[in-house]
Write a protein that binds this ligand. Structure first.
Ligand SMILES: CC(C)(COP(=O)(O)OP(=O)(O)OC[C@H]1O[C@@H](n2cnc3c(N)ncnc32)[C@H](O)[C@@H]1OP(=O)(O)O)[C@@H](O)C(=O)NCCC(=O)NCCS
Length: 219
């Protein structure tokens, strides 16, 4: 028997849903820091800091310390920019979840509850950039409840909803750092149809790739 139940969003879930989204998104910070460190310009800047400190102070220890501080400052910068990304979701559809998802027939937000605690979320609504398709969003499962098919069950609930509304295509966007989710989407029958660098200056600087997946209801 499932150790959780999936139900539609209620107003009292608001804070927990937003917290679950922020926590799930925030997990990828280290991967974004690593992606930044892989960029030649970042490596060049760090080597530059080290060489300048070594040449000016003559102290290897001080130069290593300076390098550590430069790394820390870089991570703080990435954290700040990443935090802005998280805030974007909180200011957009998750600002008024009822209005975004629970008004009308063509959208919905579900939560998975275990022992009266919300441990997973998923949402669906008409896609902005593709007329006739709907978009799967806000898929997140609390860490302690992962690997037991909860995300798959949440997504299937949303896909059944889509099928009942006669919609043919479902799309979703994920990124190069959300690697846990890629297998989930493949195992549900989604196929990657597009990949592109996220169109913002910081994202371009670190070649932050976003992937678009599509699912055909009648496949
Ligand atoms: C992605 C996420 C929702 C998966 O939740 P979950 O409940 O553990 O997933 P499930 O147990 O339903 O697994 C579904 C499939 O994904 C696979 N999977 C899940 N986590 C995986 C991992 N870390 N590595 C490889 N495969 C993984 C499972 O093996 C399963 O595949 P199968 O059906 O072929 O056996 C969860 O890791 C999460 O919340 N991550 C943080 C938020 C996030 O990144 N969301 C995605 C936004 S695009």
């Amino acid at each position: 028997m499932a150790h959780y139940q999936i139900r539609k969003y209620r107003d009292e879930d608001y804070e927990t849903v937003r917290e679950l989204y922020s926590t799930g998104f925030g997990e990828h910070l280290n991967a974004v820091c690593l992606q930044t460190l892989r960029q030649p310009w970042a490596q060049f800047a760090l080597v530059g800091v080290f060489c300048v400190l070594l040449a000016s102070s003559g102290s290897f220890l001080l130069s290593i310390l300076g390098l550590g501080l430069a790394l820390l400052a870089g991570c703080e910068g990435v954290w700040f920019l990443f935090g802005q990304g998280i805030q974007l979701g909180l200011r957009e559809d998750l600002l008024d979840i009822r209005k975004s998802y629970m008004r009308g027939e063509a959208s919905c937000f579900w939560v998975a509850e275990s022992g009266e605690r919300i441990v997973g979320t998923v949402a669906i609504l008409p896609a902005k950039d593709e007329a006739g398709s709907w978009e799967l969003k806000r898929i997140s499962v609390r860490r302690a409840h992962r690997g037991r098919g909860m995300a798959k069950a949440l997504c299937r609930t949303a896909l059944d909803f889509v099928a009942a509304h006669g919609v043919e295509n479902v799309v979703l966007f994920t990124s190069m750092v959300q690697t846990d989710a890629h297998q989930l989407y493949r195992s549900l029958g989604f196929q990657k149809v597009e990949e592109f660098v996220w169109p913002s200056f910081p994202a371009r600087m670190i070649k932050f790739m976003v992937f678009k997946y599509r699912y055909s209801v009648s496949h």
